[in-house]
Design a protein around this ligand. Sequence first.
Ligand SMILES: *Cc1c(COP(=O)(O)O)cnc(C)c1O
Ligand SMILES: [Zn+2]
Length: 420
Amino acid sequence: MTAVVSRSASPASALVCRNCGAEYPLGPQHACFECFGPLEIGYDPSALARVTRADVTAGPSSIWRYAGFLPVGQDPSTRVDSGTGMTPLIRADRLADELGFTAPVWVKDDSANPTHSFKDRVVSVAITAARELGFDRIACASTGNLANSVAAHAARTGMASIVFIPADLEPAKIVQTAVYGGTLVAVEGSYDDVNRLCSELAETDEFESTAFVNVNVRPYYAEGSKTLGFEVAEQLGWRLPAQYVAPMASGSMLTKIHKGFKELIGTGLVPSSPWRVFGAQSAGCSPIATAFAAGQDVVRPVRPTGIAKSLNIGNPADGPYALDAVRSTGGSMASVTDDEIRAGIALLARTTGVFAETAGGVTVAVLKKLAESGQLDTTAETVVFNTGDGLKTVDAVGAGVGPTAVIRPTVKGMREAGLL
Ligand SMILES: *Cc1c(COP(=O)(O)O)cnc(C)c1O
Ligand SMILES: [Zn+2]
């Protein structure tokens, strides 16, 4: 009896301030009352240590096989399991060859998630937390992919949703949100304006029973990203890669993959081995990479431009923590132009058969840049995260990509086009 009870209890023990270490009871709170620093979920190490590889592999083929490392969803009946996770880890030998890698390069392809981006991971955990905490509506401020995922997960569970986006988002991302029903509010402003509005709304009485996935339940939301790190380790046969390259918007995902690796070592699920963390941004919005290059700890906000809209957060909440993960592991960061992003999308597509959205183009272009500059070790096993599907951002690559030839439906037509 006792074993069953402890197995289904949450391993989470408190909300912990990442800035000053103050602790608070678990619940819908995201900022420290002492210092206004961001809170994250703290765990009981002995609860995490009880998770075995067998527990994981006996679980569902989704992120919920890692429920033992998550703050919510220990009781399968409360989980929102949309089939998110266990996305392909593709060995990209042709990409590796082209970039001069002698060690394997792997692409973790999160475009295979239900709404075609990595955001399904964080939303699955956030909406499960929202239900366990008794909220009756979910909401978000989004650069696009989060909107898609929140609307879809709300539809699946029958929860009400209200989604806020910048009005100039890619048409595919607007359609892919609106189609699920729910309320979709297009705000005339940047993502940072949308985010500020949502922080204000979250304080109003009318939004008292609304969980903003990336505002008031953000500590829960952020934990969903750890599952990317867990899956990579499991898919490599329970070991860690020597280096990984991840895109950064707020910097949360990159940071949490790193946290996931540390938890796997702490619990003995993988042998201890060093890894280096590399961060990717676009030149149109590179506040974290710019701080890295300048050797600064403070991330100065910017006004985002450029085609990588899903990464366009000018004031990144987790910037300092991303800098810390990269610096403490001896990694690096870089940013790439819109032309390099398009070339990155094309390179990945033509060498691996994976069509990435602009964020994936950013990551592959940074992989190339850091390999060429010698900052990435081309003799070390490397994982690259593709976080979204190219069909979401076709306009970004559209101009240079089309038919090889347009012909009349005859053999002569083929000849005339020089194809015979
Ligand atoms: C949200 C997002 C990320 C990472 O965002 P963080 O805020 O840094 O966690 C990466 N790629 C895509 C496509 C995204 O939508
Ligand atoms: Zn604090």
